[in-house]
Write a protein that binds this ligand. Structure first.
Ligand code: CA
Length: 231
């Protein structure tokens, strides 16, 4: 899940970015409304956290501008305590939810999970399954053949990305876009490295291989075997 965090207070931005990254989110930080609009026009984010009081262009205007482009990215507004008008204005501007400062990281994470579930037309399941492999997006636990598999947070994110769309071939770029922020995004082999680690953990001990390499395209997770693959 790739998140754009728009917050001009460096302390809060750093705290939130770290908290999200610990949960496996890929976070890009913008510090002004202008930067936020630049980011949003260049990258398709999965979620946006948007402070209302920002230099240059305020959060409400940013939100309206983003909605004008037709983007349906879920937006969580950050508002000052007791500023009820701000909350109403935020929702009117096209935000999906708001959170009052100061907030606990735990609450922010819960709101983001709820927003990402709502964002798809079909409700997102928290438990994803392919054959005997399951991934719980809520508890971040992965099991294969009934046994827990311990994954690093980015390994988890890559696997989640594949398991959200079983059978579909995802390119390295499509995977990377949802797992890494811009700083790491352009290191071309980063996806391959993580796929290799994932295979070692979830496929190597089992006869049925689930992660398939599609020559010249990318990767697919599927319980069906492939004849034309090179792994
Ligand atoms: Ca602010």
């Amino acid at each position: 899940m790739r998140v754009l965090l728009v917050e001009d207070e460096r302390k809060i931005s750093t705290y939130v970015k770290r908290g999200l990254e610990e949960q496996g989110y890929a976070v890009d930080a913008a510090y002004t409304g202008r930067e936020a609009l630049d980011w949003a026009s260049a990258v398709e984010f999965d979620l946006m956290i948007l402070d209302i009081l920002l230099p240059e262009i305020d959060g409400l205007t940013v939100c309206r501008e983003i909605r004008k482009t037709g983007s349906r990215v879920p937006i969580l507004m950050l508002t000052a305590r007791d500023a009820i008008d701000d909350r109403v204005a935020g929702l009117d501007a096209g935000a999906d939810d708001y959170l009052v400062k100061p907030f606990a990281m735990k609450e922010l994470l819960a709101r983001l999970r709820a927003l990402s579930r709502r964002s798809n037309e079909a409700p997102k399941e928290t438990l994803l399954q392919v054959a005997d492999l399951t991934l719980d997006t809520l508890t971040q636990r992965v099991k294969r053949g009934g046994k827990f598999v311990k994954l690093a947070s980015k390994e988890f994110s890559v696997l989640e990305c594949l398991m959200r769309e079983p059978e579909r071939v995802l390119t390295r770029t499509q995977i990377a876009e949802h797992v890494w922020n811009y700083d790491v995004f352009n290191q071309s082999n980063v996806v391959d490295v993580y796929i290799r680690n994932l295979r070692r953990k979830i496929d190597d001990p089992f006869e049925l291989k689930l992660i398939h390499t599609i020559r010249g395209s990318g990767y697919r997770i599927s319980a069906e075997g492939e004849n034309d693959e090179i792994t």
